[in-house]
Design a protein around this ligand. Structure first.
Ligand code: FAD
Ligand code: NAD
Length: 464
């Protein structure tokens, strides 16, 4: 290895970085991973996917009990109450277990954890604290952070970002969410279920940008039905805080009369931006693109030989599973194998109730590419959803009109996040809608709605 300290040095131990480090070590490469947090696992395990899902699950249980929704099933629970401290403690416990699990996996696979902030000193060397290490290959997996809203200061008390919203010490009376995307709707759902009034202010005329148009319209209906106040096509022009209250000034996105909202908490969730500050990319001969991302080629190689990049810091959806798959692929490429990620088949899930899941093209994008056929099946006609009294949503399958190949699948259902895996697998194998329609699905399951939507592509569903 000449005078290199490592074959592979990974910067960042999120889902992209820690997976890349483990795979590189599994492939026999001497590997280290630099991480500045106290625990491994990145945004996802510490302040993202995992704590948010823990609170979504717990708040759903509370809501089911407290709202009386269980009573119609004959389950009567009197005198229920919320112990927010216990709920937060259980969330913290799962985070500790999972981040500790990565530390165990690093030891097991002999990945060295270099604690501290990494900064390039040259194309093949990085300083971490008072140590400088040289590596034959360096993988940048530094992830992303919250995009700030100009003029709005996040104090993590009254005005919070997603990290603050995961740790509120009490249920706010009124929570204003700025940004009706994934974070706003997931964390808005947590606090609404726990008793807050929630107002979502969204700049665009629909929620959930990037999703299928019909799904976005249905989302607005569903969240309104759940008691969310939606202010679509509206922009926030200022937030002022006095004591423990905030005043939010909003006006129509296209301009017009301003109004104010009073709130006990404000969540800023208008997107995330790549982490590259402090990396001294210029010393490695690298620069960022107009969106602040590091550009890469099909193999995850940057413009500088030996430097690679993956995850939220590169273009593409900011999703943990995309980062993980890129982590495996980049390590395999470095080891001389062929690591590939099919970016056309990356599922996305919003973990509200119901869940919103999609893979492949939206109907709008598919139409723009050529002639398509669309099959839809409502969850209302699915026997399992009906038995569970849980019938919001539908499944939509989009197929190429000539070849019948599935181009996209969009699901709204309490089980959408689980159901979308079948659609992703089908698309990865180049399935037609007929392939799905003629695959036997267990009865009674929510997944039968996917089969029926595929049958509907041919105009022949059975149960509607
Ligand atoms: P990150 O997870 O951001 O990890 C990067 C790591 O690099 C960080 O730990 C950081 O400390 C470290 N780092 C940065 N710079 C340096 C440096 N110079 N030196 C040393 N260390 C450094 N995605 C999903 O797929 N499903 C979900 O349910 C989901 N829920 C989310 C909920 C929330 C509230 C948030 C905020 C995000 C959520 N995401 C979810 C997105 C997901 O967390 C990210 O897509 C994923 O974490 C990206 O992984 P990554 O490895 O690229 O970066
Ligand atoms: P997002 O891009 O999903 O949504 C941001 C929303 O804010 C958009 O609808 C945008 O139009 C709106 N917006 C932007 N500026 C605004 C303004 N000034 N006023 C009002 N609205 C404004 O971003 P997010 O919800 O912050 O999430 C960030 C990233 O984290 C996403 O890319 C997502 O992939 C990832 N994430 C994923 C999951 C999941 O997979 N379940 C969960 C949480 C976060």
């Amino acid at each position: 290895m000449s005078d290199y300290d490592f074959d592979v040095l990974v910067i960042g131990a999120g889902p992209g970085g820690y997976v890349a480090a483990i795979r590189a070590a599994q492939l026999g490469l001497k590997t280290a991973c630099v991480e500045s947090r106290e625990t491994l696992g990145g945004t996802c395990l510490n302040v993202g996917c995992i704590p948010s899902k823990a609170l979504l699950h717990a708040s759903e249980l509370y809501d089911e009990v407290h709202s009386g929704a269980l009573a119609k099933f004959g389950v009567k629970i009197d005198g229920s109450s919320l112990d927010l401290g216990a709920m937060q403690a259980e969330k913290d416990k799962v985070v500790t277990e999972l981040t500790g699990g990565i530390a165990f996996l690093f030891k097991k696979n002999k990945v060295e954890w270099l604690k501290g902030l990494a900064s390039f000193t040259d194309k093949d060397s990085v300083s971490v604290g008072d140590r400088t290490v040289r590596a034959r290959n360096i993988i940048i997996a530094t992830g992303s952070s919250v995009t700030p809203l100009p003029g709005v200061t996040i104090d993590q008390k009254v005005v919070v970002d997603s990290t603050g919203a995961l740790a509120l010490p009490k249920v706010p009376k009124h929570l204003v969410v700025i940004g009706g995307g994934v974070i706003g709707l997931e964390l808005g759902s947590v606090w609404r279920r726990l008793g807050a009034e929630v107002t979502v202010v969204e700049f665009l005329d629909q929620l959930l940008p990037g999703m299928d148009g019909e799904v976005r319209k249905e989302a607005a209906k569903i969240f309104k039905k759940q008691g969310f106040a939606l202010k679509l096509a509206t922009k926030v022009t200022g937030v002022s805080v006095k004591g423990d209250k905030a005043t939010i000034t909003v006006e129509p996105a296209a301009g017009g009369t301003a109004e104010t909202l009073e709130a006990d908490a404000v969540l800023v969730s208008i997107g995330r931006r790549p982490n590259t500050e402090g990396l001294a990319l210029d010393k490695a001969g690298l620069a960022v693109n107009a969106r602040g991302q590091i550009d890469i080629d099909h193999d995850f190689a940057t413009g500088v030989p030996g430097i690679w990049a993956i995850g939220d810091v590169v273009p593409g959806p900011m999703l943990a599973h995309k980062a993980e798959d890129e982590g495996v692929a980049v390590a395999e490429n470095i080891a001389g194998l062929t690591g590939i990620v099919n970016h056309a088949v990356i599922p996305g899930v919003v973990y509200t109730h119901p869940e919103f899941a999609s893979v492949g093209l939206t109907e709008e994008d598919a139409k723009a590419q050529g002639e398509i056929k669309v099959g839809k099946f409502p969850m209302m006609a699915n026997s399992r959803a009906k038995a569970n009294r849980d019938t919001d949503g539908f499944v939509k399958v989009i197929a190429d009109a000539k070849t019948d190949r599935v181009l996209g699948v969009h699901i709204i259902s309490s089980m959408a996040g689980t159901m979308i895996a079948e659609a992703a697998l089908a698309m990865e194998f180049g399935a037609t809608s007929e392939d799905i329609a003629y695959t036997c699905h267990a009865h009674p399951t929510h997944s039968e709605a996917l089969k029926e939507a595929a049958m509907a592509v041919q105009g022949k569903p059975i149960h509607i």
